[in-house]
Design a protein around this ligand. Structure first.
Ligand code: GLA
Length: 377
């Protein structure tokens, strides 16, 4: 069925440039969606990871975009262990409370990110009071306490949790994290069990990156099947999709979602962004390579040729996501504007990975994502 979305990409860009759509009444005009969440309302939730300034009402540029465009949010950092549980007997709930209030006030589907991860987790988590490694039972107790306290606090409010993040190596084997070394392989199912006990109605996700690598994908599929065979409550698999301009290919993204979809649980694209610096050598134009050779990357502006490559990339990605709209329940961008992205500073470069530029204006990639939603399905 064709949707009633007819506004062309160019028209949208011009309208935005004129600031016409950037007011508080930024919403649909009649039957024509002008926001991402409206354009995709019959397909999947459209989300964004937000930072403290944004959910604390201190980012006048980002907040109107978040409110207008997205119907689900993820906290970029404040629910990671090091932030929410910085010391053994201290939880820091001020910021997460504000995150939840912001989401509820704006009628958004709230994601919790993330409970068990090897990164951004303090070292004390794995040690006793004397700095010696914890044994299995003590670490399981600590994990249980953390999950029950954090998930329990937001029971019924945070609707979906990234329970375990990045447990696999690229070859599909389990990462040798302190969780695995101390507890053993069943740390994953225990984490899901504790989360389910803490909020039986919450959706629970396993989240990881580079699932387009076949060996890793096979590893994750085997892991999920094992959890399912044991009756563990797991409702979705999160594919982070921190991608580059040329890799993984659209075919690989497509094949990945097809394979994951066969597990009988939802697939979520949880951390989407496109690193424009990683593969500049693949683009041939002189201005691109000249700019990219500089250590700062595209310091002042993104060359047109890369802007176009980015736009094309987003078009093909959303083409794939839409093809799988029966199994995909959410697509979340990892940041609001280019200036917010974690990719800035990587390899010492300025990056441009998202749909909104540093001024909060929609880029051509925004128009192409809007346009993708109007295509005959
Ligand atoms: C991982 C994590 C996210 C975020 C990103 C980028 O993918 O899941 O929380 O930290 O890396 O930094």
């Amino acid at each position: 069925m064709k949707k009633c979305f007819t506004t062309s990409a160019n028209t949208l860009t011009v309208l935005f440039a004129m600031g016409i759509l950037m007011n508080s009444a930024w919403s649909s005009r009649g039957q024509t969606p002008v926001t991402l969440k409206e354009a995709y309302k019959n397909d999947f939730l459209i989300g964004v990871a937000i930072n403290q300034k944004q959910f604390s009402d201190e980012d006048p540029r980002g907040i109107p975009i978040i409110k207008a465009q997205f119907n689900t949010i993820t906290p970029e950092n404040v629910l990671k262990w090091e932030s929410v549980h910085p010391e053994p007997d201290r939880f820091a709930f001020d910021a997460p409370d504000r995150y939840v209030e912001f989401g509820e006030k704006n009628g958004m589907y709230l994601i919790g990110h993330t409970l068990v991860w090897h990164s951004q987790t303090p070292r004390w988590v794995f040690q006793d009071a004397d700095g010696k490694p914890l044994d299995r039972d003590a670490l399981l107790n600590r994990m249980s306490n953390h999950i029950h306290t954090v998930v329990g606090r937001y029971k019924g409010r945070i609707k979906g949790w990234d329970v375990v993040n990045e447990a696999l190596n690229d070859n599909g084997s389990l990462r040798q994290s302190p969780w695995l070394k101390i507890i053993g392989e069943d740390y994953i199912e225990k984490a899901f069990q504790f989360a389910h006990e803490a909020d039986p109605d919450a959706a629970l996700h396993y989240n990881d990156y580079s699932l387009e690598i076949e060996a890793k994908r096979n590893g994750v599929i085997a892991l999920i099947k094992k959890l399912q065979a044991k009756g563990i409550h797991i409702t979705a698999i999160g594919s982070q999709d921190h991608v580059r301009l040329a890799s993984p290919t659209a075919e690989q993204v497509d094949a990945t979602i097809t394979d994951l979809g066969k597990l009988g649980i939802k697939v979520m694209i949880t951390e989407l962004d496109v690193d424009v610096n990683a593969e500049t050598q693949l683009l041939s134009t002189a201005d691109v390579s000249a700019a990219a050779q500089n250590s700062g990357g595209y310091t002042n502006r993104l060359p047109d040729s890369v802007q176009q490559a980015l736009t094309k990339r987003y078009a093909e990605l959303f083409g794939v996501f839409l093809k799988h709209r029966d199994v995909i329940s959410r697509v979340t961008f990892w940041g609001v504007t280019d200036g917010d992205s974690w990719l800035n500073g990587r390899r010492g470069r300025v990056n441009y990975p998202l749909l909104f530029d540093r001024e909060g204006q929609p880029k051509p990639a925004f128009a192409t994502v809007m346009q993708a939603a109007s295509v005959e399905k």
